[in-house]
Design a protein around this ligand. Structure first.
Ligand SMILES: *Cc1c(COP(=O)(O)O)cnc(C)c1O
Length: 417
């Protein structure tokens, strides 16, 4: 029996060479912004110039009191946890399914991460969180996976009931929200990344948001020592005497990176609205195919679409393995279809199975194993991730990705056996 599938020697659907997707969208306006900053100054020690403009812009966009820019999302998470007082003896409930940097800063602070499973959406399961609360639990950290907001109303109800801090890793969920409330504003503080592919990009960078003056002061003490602390900590703050050294870490963002992010922030909502249209189109078409389950957004939920996480249902294609399906769509030219690797259930990573070689003292606290988080592992195993384009001129490419998926699901029988 012959087949036209490219994996079996047929013609691929997509022959278009060159990158299919690139982010962030930089143009002459972005170049001019960077050049202006380059001429103006490339070291800023206090909250002035482009640092002040970007922090003010982030506060306005999110409707919060304080923003602190950092050198990365990882640094923002580290400062946020330190500022919230998480340390030895504290248990912090974190998603098992997240990017590892959601959790690794806690190890540097001596706190104990307690992993919790996700629900069928891939986000933290409120029911599993409840089961993992002990008298040592101090905080719950939420990631909005692939830019789809987690179940914040339920999670907030749980943390309120138990007197726990709610913290967000909104690293790739800029502009996402629930009923008009943006992610990053639900808990005591939130951390974001502005790394290259993130919806709001500085190339490298991050920030912390909070309405809490004390958290703000302590974020400054953690990673923004000397001038910012001297200028911004209240004179009568009990820790003012430490302003010069703070805690001795330097997590400042580069002003050129800040100038890129400031330029991008002005266009973020335009990009996100355009992504939402293309995501809706992809979901509408791909949902019709057997073996493909698309994410469903409850009414009132807005995603940032850092990626479009599809679930592959092997049972709908007579057991065709996900690896084989992935190979087949890649052979059709869909080079952007990804099975995420480093973003995986944390219990599959050596650091969370036997951390003691790198973090002495954690041998008893972290000894997870494969099989510990069945939902996260099943979701991870069956995830096929697409980028979400935003330009109208990409519509043809988007439709050829849909055609390629349909070609494989129409002809999957040739791949069996
Ligand atoms: C990107 C990301 C981080 C880390 O941010 P960096 O800027 O790369 O340090 C942390 N958590 C999540 C969920 C991320 O997507």
């Amino acid at each position: 029996m012959t087949s036209s599938l490219a994996l079996l020697g047929g013609e691929p659907v997509i022959t278009h060479d060159g990158p299919h997707f690139s982010w962030p969208p930089l143009d002459e306006q972005s170049e001019a912004a960077v050049l202006r900053q380059l001429r103006h100054g490339i070291s800023i020690y206090d909250r002035s110039g482009v640092i002040e403009r970007l922090e003010d812009g982030l506060c306005d966009y999110h409707g919060v009191t304080h923003a602190v820019l950092t050198s990365s999302g990882t640094a923002a998470l580290h400062s946020m946890y330190a500022a919230c007082g998480l340390g030895p003896g504290d248990e912090v409930i974190v998603p098992a399914y997240t990017f590892f940097a959601t959790v690794t800063p806690l190890l540097h602070l001596g706190a104990t991460p307690v992993l919790a499973d996700c629900d069928e959406s891939g986000n933290l399961d409120p029911k599993d969180v409840t089961q993992r609360i002990t008298e040592r639990t101090k905080a719950v950290v939420v990631t909005h996976m692939w830019g789809v907001p987690a179940a914040m109303p339920s999670l907030k109800a749980i943390t309120d009931e138990h007197g726990l801090m709610l913290l967000e890793d909104a690293s790739h969920a800029h502009g996402a929200g629930i009923d008009g409330q943006r992610v990053g504003t639900f808990g005591r503080a939130a951390a974001f990344s502005m790394n290259g592919p993130k919806p709001l990009s500085a190339g490298e960078g991050g920030f912390v948001l909070t309405d809490d003056d004390e958290v703000y002061s302590r974020v400054l003490l953690h990673g923004q020592y000397n001038k910012r602390c001297r200028n911004e900590l209240p004179r009568d703050h009990p820790l003012y005497e430490y302003a010069v050294t703070g805690m001795g870490l330097k997590f400042r963002i580069h002003p050129l990176a800040a100038s890129i992010a400031l330029d991008q922030l002005g266009r973020l909502d335009t990009y996100l609205n355009a992504r939402a249209r293309i995501a809706a189109h992809l979901c509408e078409r791909l949902a019709q195919l057997p073996g493909i389950i698309v994410p469903e957004l409850p009414l009132g939920v807005r995603a940032s679409w850092y990626g479009l996480p599809l679930q592959y249902a092997t049972n709908e294609l007579d057991g065709l393995p996900v690896e084989r399906f992935h190979e087949a769509v890649q052979a059709e030219g869909c080079r952007e279809v990804d099975r995420p690797g480093s973003t995986c259930p944390l219990n599959l990573l050596p650091l969370f199975q036997r951390p003691e070689a790198l973090f002495p003292g954690y041998a008893e606290k972290l000894n997870y194993a494969p099989g510990d988080f069945p939902n996260a592992e099943a979701i991870h195993r069956n995830t096929l991730k697409l980028p979400v384009w935003h330009r109208e001129e990409d519509r043809l490419l988007v439709d050829s990705y849909i055609d390629a998926f349909r070609k494989v699901t129409d002809n999957y029988r040739h791949l069996l056996g």
